[in-house]
Each structure stands twice: as structure tokens, then as C-alpha cells.
Ligand binder design. Sequence first.
Ligand code: SF4
Length: 431
Amino acid sequence: MSTAGSEYRLDGIYKQRQDGFYMQRVKLPAGVVSASQARTIAAVSTRFGQGTVHLTTRGSMEIHWLKEEDLPQVKRELAMTGLTSRGACGGAVRGITCGSQGAHGFPIIETLARRLQRHFTGNPRFERLPKKFKIGIEADVVGGRHLIQDVGLVLAGIDGGRARYDLWIAGGLGREPQAAFLFVENLAEERIIPVIEAILRVYTAHAPPPKRLKFLAKEFGEAKLCQLIKAEATFSEEIPEVSGIHENFITAVNDHNRLELPVFAGKLTAAQLAIIANRAEICADGVLMVTANQDIALQLLPDVDAAAELSILQQQTGLTSAGSAPALRVCPGNHECLMGLTATRDVARELLAHIGMQGRKLTWALSGCQNSCTQPQLADIGIVSSTLVKGEDGVRTPRFDLYRSTGEGLGTAAGCAHTLDELCGKVREIG
Ligand code: SF4
């Protein structure tokens, strides 16, 4: 095997910052994973990695510290429980995300997420794209997650069991954040795949690597981009109505019986994940969810007491939440990620010490570089480690940009190039 690493991207593998080690990302449709699949991920992490699992804001799980010679066996073991990583990194259709797992319409969304993942994953027509292509499905526009996707689907209604979606396109974060715009309203579910195919064809034909779809919206203007997509043959293709048995693992959502187990920075040990999977088998129909805030959620059986189960889980895993700790999304940063400019988990711990009562009511996101994997422009307070500055002593220290939510669209810059001390001061000002 080569050591370059880039040829593994389509298999969901990135080289780690530490030479000779790799990260394997596992796609989970809408963040849903069965208990047996979760146990497999935990076992793979223990056997081939260092026994840790990272939960991402896009509902995936990542296994770090893998050696190159073990990657084929890791893939085999994941595949044996129906898990796939194909297209989880690189120029492909990434994992289908959902930040609305607590919504009543979630089972329908999960079914669509599984269909989309199955259709676009490993399909050579939709690999080797100019860059990543992200699809998200939401129950509503609250939270704005539809705005940061290449294709964001928002549930518009359900008639006689048939769902319709508003389809937003050309959003994305990174160095040049851009909110998606509404392309088609009330799209029947069966037309979603052909319409996304039309979008992908236009994207592949016109965008130079490594540009995202949002580049074309800027370059051509929204009207011309829409026109090009509508001119594609598949855009108006007639597709039979979706039929058959639904594919969702989550069968019903009940507000009172939803449990969220906070996980600091989305970092679990394999042993903790296995414990949660075993509890899910007993009290949640054998299903777990990775939430958009990098926590674990369970939809409990009707007769299970959520508070009691949370207490059991916290006791058995040691994942004790600090009661009033705010929702804080944290990427791996330079702990493991090649792109990271800062030790995000250490910075997060420091920030938590400065967040006061007001700040605890807000959502926070910290990203280790401008790739913005934790979606800082969707949090009340977003922090991006944007650059490293060399001091007189020759030591390079990170600087941080600050984003604040305006309540509409993406958060906007509220400060730039702060040192960590200055950043902590800004955090204290929030109260
Ligand atoms: S935001 Fe940057 S440092 Fe953090 S995981 Fe993404 S690429 Fe890595």
C-alpha cells in the first residue's frame, strides 16, 4: 500500500497529524446506528486503534489511530455489520445528516436518509466530484442547518404518507461561508433523487476542483445555476412513487422518552460506547443516535423512565455532565487532525471555565481551523482558530475569530485574531 493517504479518501480515511496513523470515518444515515453496529465500531477501535471514538456534528463516528496495514480489515469488519465509509471523505456525496432527530417526522426523514445514502454511496457516477457534496435533511428551518448544505431538504408536509420537501442548494461554510438558497418548494419525495442527480451533473461539469457547489452560485448567479440544473434530463424525470416497507430504525419519536447523554467534545472511549449500546438494547429498541451537538441520544421504550436511565448511563459510563454545561461542539483540532491549528479540547476546557450563567444558556462551537467542521456560524457563539502567529520567542500560537448568531441566516464575524487570553476575556463579557 502507498503511504500518500489521499487515495483512501473515498473510503472515508484521512491521514492523521501523527505520522503513520489514519482516521476512519463511518457514515451513519441521519446519525442513526444500531446497538450491534455501535458495538462493532467500539470493537474495531479497541482492536485496531486506541479505543476511542469521535462523534461528529454530521452524525458520523470516527475511529482514530489506525495503522495503514489494518485498514482493509477495518473496512471488512465494519461492512459485516452493514456499515459503510465509502464517500465519507474526499470528492463524493458525504453522509446524509439530520439535526431534527427529536421531531415527530424523524422516522420518515431517516428512511429518506437511508435511501439517499444507498443511492449515492459507492456509485462511480457520483464519486470524483470536484469536492465534497453534503446533503442534510431537516424537519424544519429552526437551527438553520439546511443553509450549510450543498443540498438541504426541509420537510414541507406529509399527505397520505407521502412526504414533500423544500430543497435548498449551494450552501457551505469553510473560508467563505455562504447560506443556501431555496431552489424548489414542495418537491415530492420520489423526485428528490433525480433532482439531486441533475445538481450533481451540473456541479461536476462546471466546478473546477476543489470548488464546492456554492462557487457556481457565485460565479453564474443563482438564476443561471437553477436554469442549468433544470435543463438536465433527470431534473424532470418521472419516477414511480416510493413503495415498500420503511427502512427506519427509529419507529416513533416521543418527546418525553428521548434521552440525550452529553459527551464532552464528542469523545467517547470504546468501552463507553459499548456500554451505551448494551443499554440501548435493553431500553431503546437497540438503536442509538449521534446528535448534531456530538452527543448520544436514545429514543426510549414507552415504559422507560428517561431520568432514571440517564442516571444509569452516567453511572456506568462515567460520562457525567456538569449539570448546566452549555452545548459546546468541538472538533479534534490538532490533537489528531492534520489541518488543526489548535488543541481544541484543551481550549474548550479553558473556555468552559470562563462561561458564566448567561453563556450556559447559549450554544457554542469551536473549530480548529477555517474548515469549520463544528459549524461555528450556526452556533450562538462560534469560535474558529484561523491562524498561527509566531512570537518573538519563535513559538507559534493560535489566534481565534469569533462569530455571533444574528438570529437569521449564518452567524457573522464579531471579532478576529484574538489570542486565547483575549478570547477568554470576550467569553467572560458574555456573562
Ligand atoms: S475544523 Fe479543521 S481542525 Fe477541526 S476537524 Fe475540521 S479540518 Fe480538522
